[in-house]
Write a protein that binds this ligand. Structure first.
Ligand SMILES: C[S@@+](CC[C@H](N)C(=O)[O-])C[C@H]1O[C@@H](n2cnc3c(N)ncnc32)[C@H](O)[C@@H]1O
Length: 312
């Protein structure tokens, strides 16, 4: 049953937004690009000027800007572990992670792809400062241009959630990874399958507010892994540790939702790709506390021994 806190928030959202209109949205690649173009400046103002635009992992329960680098630090451990020569970041965004890693690992080449020109322009600026980071336009749903067995490490931060064909992406990662290589995924999921109508609605509005079609359940994602021949090397539920970042956004959203008149005016003036962000910001910590959503670190590996299907 829906918690009191979530029910209250849902009522507030309903009083400001036309929720049927939001639920009807079907964000495609064009919408995602528009979303990141519209939010170029807002992300820097409301999230962080450091271009690490995702959840910090605050293991001590308090938000610190340095927590936004935790994902990169985890990736770095695996780069060192396998002595990676070539690393690929899917959805490299503004490039902050690969830029940080390229400085830590001057003898490793970092490739990055993203579908948003707006995001990439920021990544390309960073790439000019180092000789070993190569961001370019590309869709992770099509990795044909990358050779088989060419990367020791592939990673993606808060962006695989945009794919509704994860099995295909995972099979391609299996192809481009070297045997013994790793694929690291940092992402949010729906955690329970037994949601009631309003819980489902809150999840759906949260997804659409962030330009996602929907949240996949973690169980369903793990099933896709099973079809890819990659195997799970490590899983960690870090939902509790992303709450401090979520609460920062919730604070801003609370201001928005407690001023209904201002909220309605803002909704008329600003584009929906910006204003609708207030919905996930408002709901996210409650969805995590109610165990409706979770944030996972999932590390997959391509086994060293050849599978029968790999033999010619
Ligand atoms: C929340 S941002 C995270 C950015 C980046 N991972 C980072 O760590 O800064 C999500 C990114 O995914 C990108 N994206 C979404 N769908 C994509 C796709 N199919 N292929 C490549 N990039 C995609 C967006 O353009 C955006 O830059």
């Amino acid at each position: 049953m829906i918690s009191q806190e979530l029910a209250k928030k849902l009522d507030k959202v309903k009083s400001i937004f036309d929720i049927e209109d939001i639920v009807k949205q079907d964000p495609d690649d064009r919408y995602i690009k528009k979303y990141y173009k519209t939010n170029k400046i807002p992300y820097s103002i409301f999230h962080t000027p450091t271009d690490l635009i995702y959840m910090g992992i605050s293991r001590d329960g308090k938000y610190n800007r340095d927590d936004l680098l935790e994902q990169a630090r985890v990736v770095n451990k695996y780069i060192k572990r396998v002595g990676a020569k070539k690393v690929l970041e899917l959805a490299t965004g503004r490039g902050a992670n690969s830029y940080y890693l390229s400085k830590q690992n001057p003898n490793t080449e970092f490739y990055g792809i993203d579908i948003s020109e707006t995001q990439l322009n920021l990544a390309k600026k960073k790439a000019k400062k180092v000789p070993n980071y190569f961001p370019r336009l590309g869709n992770y749903n099509n990795l044909e241009k990358f050779d088989s067995n060419s990367f020791e490490v592939v990673f993606i931060v808060e962006a695989l959630c945009y794919s509704n064909n994860k099995s295909k992406v995972l099979c391609e990662i299996y192809r481009i990874l070297k045997p013994g290589g790793f694929f690291l995924i940092f992402d949010g999921y729906q955690s329970r399958t037994d949601l009631d109508g309003d819980e489902k609605l809150a999840c759906e509005l949260t997804a659409k507010g962030m330009a996602l079609k929907s949240f996949e359940t973690y169980t369903h994602f793990v099933e896709s892994v099973g079809t890819s021949r990659l195997t799970i090397h490590f899983e960690e539920d870090v939902s509790e540790y992303v709450l401090p970042t979520m609460k920062r956004f919730e604070k801003l959203a609370r201001i928005y939702f407690t001023l209904p008149l201002t909220a309605r005016i803002a909704k008329l003036i600003f584009p929906k790709e910006f204003v609708n962000n207030s919905i996930p910001a408002y709901f996210m910590p409650t969805l995590v506390k109610d165990k409706i959503a979770c944030y996972m670190i999932t590390i997959l590996t391509k086994p060293l021994t050849k599978q029968p299907e790999d033999r010619v």
